[in-house]
Design a binder for this molecule. Structure first.
Ligand code: SER
Length: 316
């Protein structure tokens, strides 16, 4: 039987869907959701929940002991755009929560850790097309610096202390169940909402800014696949490149227009343009595919269809 799992940051964009999926798979009572604040009604009703600050080691240790937690998914983080506004808060949250979880694993209080990294680990000197797994990484954002440092610490804890930590460099994630918060790729979710509600969207990135993206179902599937893989197949303990599709605001707008012909887009780039410009256009995840069998299922067309179909059913 699956030993109890704890999700930190369960009310966020990825955490919410991860909680649903893990509960579906292993049973609601085996998956403890936690966050610094309560989540939406569906999430709160779906199983056990703890109010928990991931940067508070003692509180975390208590919850882990109480539920006899074996695996932790650390999804609490401050994303790229917000982190530029609050650098020290971002650093404290993103790093201290990671150290807390890695130290619990080092002390053998938990057996396995998932920690998300990001395409933000790359920087302006990284090759932008088909960015390889191993390449120049000189992130110039607060968020990217925290993810790059986190990757090095994950690798260090694995090598020095045998900690079973697993990680993916997520691209921008697109979901109809939860909104992203404070990221540079958030436009690719907002655009679908506004296409339905206003038939118009003002994009905060330029029309030709191409970024790696992924539909949430693929991201969750990749995460569970990695967590269930045999440790001998996991050759990378910093973080794996992960890819599905890449597109620009103009391309996503066109795919919406095939279904909503009078949808209009205009462009008013803000400070997030500079962040996006420092990230890759597309990612080479061939090692991820060969090490543990990753393969995406959603391209842009299928994503647009899923987003518009599902958001169209919801009341505004
Ligand atoms: N989606 C994230 C962001 O835009 C990148 O990991 O900050």
């Amino acid at each position: 039987m699956q030993k109890p799992i704890l999700i930190l940051g369960a009310c966020g964009q990825i955490g919410t869907e991860l909680t649903y999926e893990l509960r579906k798979k292993y049973g609601a009572t085996r998956v403890i959701a936690s966050d610094i604040r309560e989540g939406n009604e569906n999430l709160m009703d779906s199983g056990p929940f703890e109010l928990l600050d991931a940067t508070d080691y003692n509180a975390l240790e208590e919850v882990v002991a109480y539920y006899e937690i074996s695996e932790v998914y650390l999804m609490a983080a401050m994303l790229s755009a917000t982190a530029e506004k609050f650098p020290m808060r971002a650093w404290n949250l993103n790093m201290n929560s990671l150290f807390n979880v890695l130290n619990l694993a080092k002390e053998k209080k938990i057996d396995k850790v998932f920690w998300p990294s990001s395409i933000a680990v790359f920087g302006p000197n990284t090759p932008t097309d088909n960015t390889p797994q191993n390449t120049i990484m000189e992130p110039n954002t607060v968020y990217g610096i925290s993810k790059q440092s986190g990757e090095r610490w994950c690798n260090y804890y694995h090598q020095k202390f045998g900690v079973d930590v697993r990680s993916l460099r997520y691209p921008g994630l697109i979901s109809h169940k939860t909104m992203p918060g404070g990221g540079t790729t958030d436009y690719a979710v907002e655009i679908y909402h506004q296409a339905l509600s206003k038939k118009a969207y003002t994009c905060f990135l330029n029309k030709d800014t191409k970024l790696p993206m992924m539909f949430m179902d693929d991201a969750i599937r990749a995460t569970l696949l990695l967590m269930e893989s045999d440790p001998k197949d996991i050759k990378i303990r910093s973080s794996y490149n992960l890819a599905a599709m890449s597109f620009s605001p103009e391309e996503i707008a066109k795919s919406i227009q095939t279904r909503i012909p009078d949808f209009k887009i205009d462009y008013k780039p803000d400070f997030r343009q500079e962040i996006a410009d420092s990230w890759p256009n597309s990612i080479d995840d061939s090692q991820t595919r060969s090490d543990w069998g990753w393969k995406p299922e959603f391209d842009l067309e299928r994503t647009t269809q899923e987003m518009l179909d599902n958001l169209g059913k919801k009341p505004n």
